[in-house]
Design a protein around this ligand. Structure first.
Ligand SMILES: *Cc1c(COP(=O)(O)O)cnc(C)c1O
Length: 236
């Protein structure tokens, strides 16, 4: 746990350095701590070190940890992001218990999230996930479908479309590691030019946050570099 504070400081340092290297303002990029498979105590330690936004991939695990953390009423409150793939039978729990969802890649999922978002909560903040590397096995809509899906999401009453999210495939030796992030950023800028109000480009993880920031990421999702190697996942 003592390591979490120093790891967080190191990650923040990397983010600032990458912003400077890219000629971007040092506060241009938000840090989302990906706490999937980590304990509530690990989240508490990161929060004590100033981290506010946490990302989880497994609904039941996240609800269990939220229950443990609510008992201690952390201030300021944690901002919860759902960063895993979204199954239809999980939309209600996500709409009720999260502030953001990053993995929206189908209209049906977006419609369910909007219908199920409780009236007393602000709209759910949403990033549309794009399969930027075109991997057959991965979630995310095809880049060519992103504009239509973004327009449909933006029109849903209980969602607020914030931007795009991607998990590029690792590039092979000799390939430009920035290329997929550049393609994502180009798509983001095209959508903005076409009138969509997007302010969030959710891209970059422990191993590639510098490449993502060099190519315009505004939010990096970092797990291992903060919490260390993940324990084996015990559920899906
Ligand atoms: C696990 C995960 C991360 C964090 O990955 P690290 O390599 O541990 O930083 C980021 N984004 C998503 C969607 C993830 O599932």
């Amino acid at each position: 746990m003592a390591d979490i504070e120093s790891h967080l400081a190191a990650v923040r340092h990397r983010i600032r350095a990458a912003c400077r290297a890219a000629g971007r303002s040092e506060d241009a990029v938000r840090l989302l701590a990906i706490s999937k498979t980590q304990s509530a105590d690990a989240i508490r330690a990161a929060h004590a070190a100033g981290q506010i936004a946490f990302g989880e991939n497994y609904v039941q695990e996240a609800l269990d940890k939220q229950a443990q953390l609510t008992a201690t009423a952390l201030q300021p409150p944690i901002e919860w992001h759902f960063t895993g793939p979204i199954q239809s039978n999980k939309t209600r729990a996500i709409a009720q218990a999260f502030d953001w969802a990053h993995g929206v890649d189908r209209l049906k999922i977006a419609q369910r999230l909007s219908e199920q978002r409780p009236a007393e909560l602000p709209p759910l903040q949403v990033c549309v996930q794009v399969n930027i590397s075109g991997e057959a096995s991965k979630s995310g809509c095809a880049p060519a479908e992103a504009a239509e899906l973004c327009r449909a999401v933006a029109a849903l009453p209980r969602l607020r479309l914030r931007g795009l999210m991607a998990i590029p495939a690792p590039t092979a030796d000799g390939e430009d590691p920035r290329a997929p992030f550049r393609a994502l950023h180009a798509l983001f800028e095209t959508l903005r030019r076409d009138g969509l109000e997007l302010d969030t480009l959710s891209a970059g993880m422990s191993d590639d946050l510098e490449a993502a920031i060099a190519e315009g990421s505004t939010l990096v999702r970092v797990g291992t570099a903060i919490f260390g190697a993940r324990p084996r996942a015990t559920h899906t």
